[in-house]
Design a protein. Sequence first.
Length: 437
Amino acid sequence: MRTIRAAAAATLAISIAAGVTGCGGGTSSSGGSNDSPKTLTYWASNQGPNIEADKKILTPELKKFEEQTGIKVKLEVVPWADLLNRILAATTSGQGPDVLNIGNTWSASLQATGALLPWDKANFDAIGGRDRFVDSAVASAGAEGKDPSAVPLYSLAYALYYNKKSFADAGIAKPPATWDELVADGKKLSKDGKWGLGAEGANLSNNIHQTFVLGQQHGADFFDAAGKPTFTSDGAVAAVKQYIDFMAKDKIIAPGNAEYAQNQSLTDFAKGKTAMVLWQAAASTFASQGMKPEDWGAAPVPVASGTPGQGKNINSMVAGINMAVFKNTKNIDGAKKFVKFMTSDAEQKLLNKTYGSIPPVKTAQADAAFSAPDLAVLRDTLAKSAAPLPQVPNESQFETAVGTAVKELWADAAAGRPVTTESVKARLEKAQQTMQQ
């Protein structure tokens, strides 16, 4: 998912704690009614370089749907900075869209509000069956043991993007496969006002994504089997410290990155100021900033040793966008038809190719269009070495609490204040106390 405001995540946690069910519309899995069978409203997330680009991409596809079904879709592309707050307002007022996009990390939290249509077997069968979708994508659509609250639409994973010219100039023959190699390469690249690695230190969600993966590699999950926070475990502390040490100890990230939250690290990369960046599907952004495909490469995110895989060699969270239906929709049949259309093989190939993401639909993912080197890295990562963020009701509160702790540690590193195991543990202990209040 793209950047979101910390305030939005905090609001979601508060709303869940208050038991928001404003759009529940009853408990029937069929949801809603068919009082407005010829219209749908759709809140799409901003996937392209800007809002207008998304409208240009989606409008002809919605016209196809109207021609096929007679159902007109009113489109609104909502910026990520506003999307979660807009969804929460809809859950309390009952005045929301029929269909909407959500970041997949919000799935369990929004599921807990009772506002979204559960995708049980009957609802999945109405769109072609659950088994059409990649298992890891469905696993990030709701809490374990419950019917998913949404359907996977666009799948994303992290890759290590590297500037080929910067690597050649530094005499580096290939991208690093381990963190030790990344630090060594980063030190060679960090000179003459340029830096080895970029980061988004003030972006809470990005902080969570990176430290979650490092936590997996250190054998930590941030929550125990009962959903209780374990932020101060040795593995969690080691993961956060390793991430901050790229700036504090290794000196391969510019201190100014501590304040980045709006994709500035990608701009630095495109301008040749930074040689590496960890990101989800960055190709379209690089192109919009004047980079040619041959200017950069993509490789799997490093692991401690060996090659990416399961267990301690997880190297990405399962990122992506899900498609949800409000239970109180006045066109339940049309909403399901629209989800079926958007997850059809044809639309999955077209939209994911356009956005540089990976189809969560198996047959679409197998298309040759997703075999380009960078997309192959993302596809293989999703299939072999990605894990979903904890699917717990207070996941968004986790993003806020721990993401803020990491942000504060970045600020310490940028200011030259010591970042020790003890200081990291103290920040995480404070975050854990916040979660338990």
